[in-house]
Design a binder for this molecule. Structure first.
Ligand code: ADP
Ligand code: MG
Length: 404
């Protein structure tokens, strides 16, 4: 893959950079701007050499099947405008925001960019063709563009119009495609978790979070690579239920029970599950909070965090680790009462010396940053799904394969 430093003279060239500005938002405010900050070196490199930079990103989800009114509301919620404001503050060079995704006005904005200027277009997912890798849409974005740079590591596992269609078209046109600094850094760090060096053992994976069905598939592969897998977050309840424990009203993916059980048995003791939990009678506005004495959760209660015995167990398991790969918070860390498990993982990593530690996932990275542990990790990845897919696919991601 070509890097941006190998592009040669780029003065006056129109460079389309697919970035990952899919930042967590709360009430229109950016909760964590790490993904924007991580893209700055590449943008600065290109603009300082006189390139005309066009930025494309998605933000959140737009369900185009929901009908016009619902889609309008989703678009309003997922506009990149607050990102443009933050980007301007961070870059300190001119940033033009175009509140459209395609069309004559967009083309005009692109054609009239001056050397060294940056243009951010509106959310790629406003276009229904984006997630379908619609080539007509990709062609619209590829018009007037000289070079494509992939800098959206967090979405490199998806072959969408902006991540896959555009570079495939530009390549056919004989134009250059390259990777930015962030993608380079991500790939270098994550490959260490994929091709495991014997000196990096014991290698411990920690999984949590909410998107069980997205993540549960990776467990098979992780069992081949890691020495142990610690499971917390909502994912744990699918395992607990599969093993005959009571889970109350905790989130469980019933269609994954058989798989979870098979995984657990195959692991022969290498999957470590919580042995207690902090549980409540409701997710929001709860009135009763208990610490369970074991892995069972009583009726009418739901697990919100790993309990103190589990924290001690997980910290003990992490003590001798030489490599740690972590994806997914241990509990509902957004609520202070259920952040302790997630903080405990950060603290355990912070205490380890000579460990190569990677944390990944939008929410996990936000937690690491919010609790002040950014410097405790060797690498905080901007990608959750992308990092997991790298492990699943032995390092191959469609959005990077197309650049080769
Ligand atoms: P990441 O973005 O790091 O990949 P996910 O998106 O999969 O992680 O999961 C993050 C979410 O999981 C957080 O919003 C957190 O509140 C939620 N979560 C963690 N544990 C639980 C739990 N026990 N019950 C419900 N939600 C949980
Ligand atoms: Mg998430």
């Amino acid at each position: 893959m070509l890097t941006i430093e190998q592009l040669g003279d780029i003065k006056g060239k129109r460079i389309l950079v697919r970035v990952d500005f899919n930042v967590p938002l709360k009430d229109g405010q950016i909760r964590d701007d790490n993904r924007i900050i991580q893209a700055l070196p590449t943008i600065k490199f290109l603009t300082s050499r006189g390139a005309k930079v066009v930025l494309l990103s998605h933000l959140g989800k737009i369900k185009h099947k929901d009908g016009p009114e619902a889609v309008m509301a989703q678009m309003k919620k997922n506009s990149l405008e607050p990102v443009a404001v933050r980007l301007k503050e961070l870059l300190k060079t001119p940033v033009v925001f175009c509140p459209l995704t395609t069309g004559e006005e967009v083309d005009y904005f692109v054609r009239t960019l001056e050397d060294g200027e940056t243009l951010l277009l509106e959310n790629t997912r406003f276009e229904p063709g984006e997630t379908k890798n619609d080539l007509e849409l990709a062609q619209k974005w590829a018009n007037n563009i000289d070079i494509f740079v992939m800098e959206a590591f967090g979405t490199a596992h998806r072959a969408h119009a902006s991540t896959y269609g555009i570079p495939s078209i530009l390549k056919q046109e004989g134009k250059k495609v390259a990777v930015g600094y962030l993608v380079e850094k991500e790939v270098n760090n994550l490959m260490r978790c994929v091709d495991v060096n014997p000196s990096d053992r014991p290698y411990i994976a920690i999984l949590g979070g909410l998107k069980v069905s997205d993540k549960i598939k990776v467990i098979d592969k992780l069992l081949e690579k890691c020495d142990k897998i610690l499971i917390g977050g909502a994912m744990a309840y699918t395992f607990q239920k599969a093993l005959g424990k009571t889970v109350g009203i905790s989130p469980v993916e019933d269609d994954q029970l058989a798989y979870a059980k098979a995984c657990y048995e195959k692991a022969k003791g290498r999957i470590i599950l919580p042995i207690d939990s902090v549980s409540t009678d409701a997710f929001m506005n709860w009135s009763k909070k208990i610490t369970t004495k074991d892995a069972n959760i009583p009726d009418e209660f739901e697990g919100m965090d790993i309990g103190p015995k589990t924290i001690a167990l997980f910290q003990k398991e992490m003590k001798n680790a030489k490599m740690i790969f972590w994806n997914g918070p241990m509990g509902v860390f957004e609520q202070e009462d259920f952040a302790l498990g997630t903080i405990a993982v950060c603290e355990a990593v912070n205490k380890l010396e000579d460990v190569f530690s990677v944390a990944g996932g939008g929410d996990s990275a936000a937690a690491v940053s919010e609790f002040g542990f950014m410097n405790s990790f060797s690498h905080v990845s901007t990608g959750g799904g992308a990092a997991l897919t790298m492990i699943e696919n032995e390092g191959l991601l469609p959005g990077l394969e197309i650049l080769k």
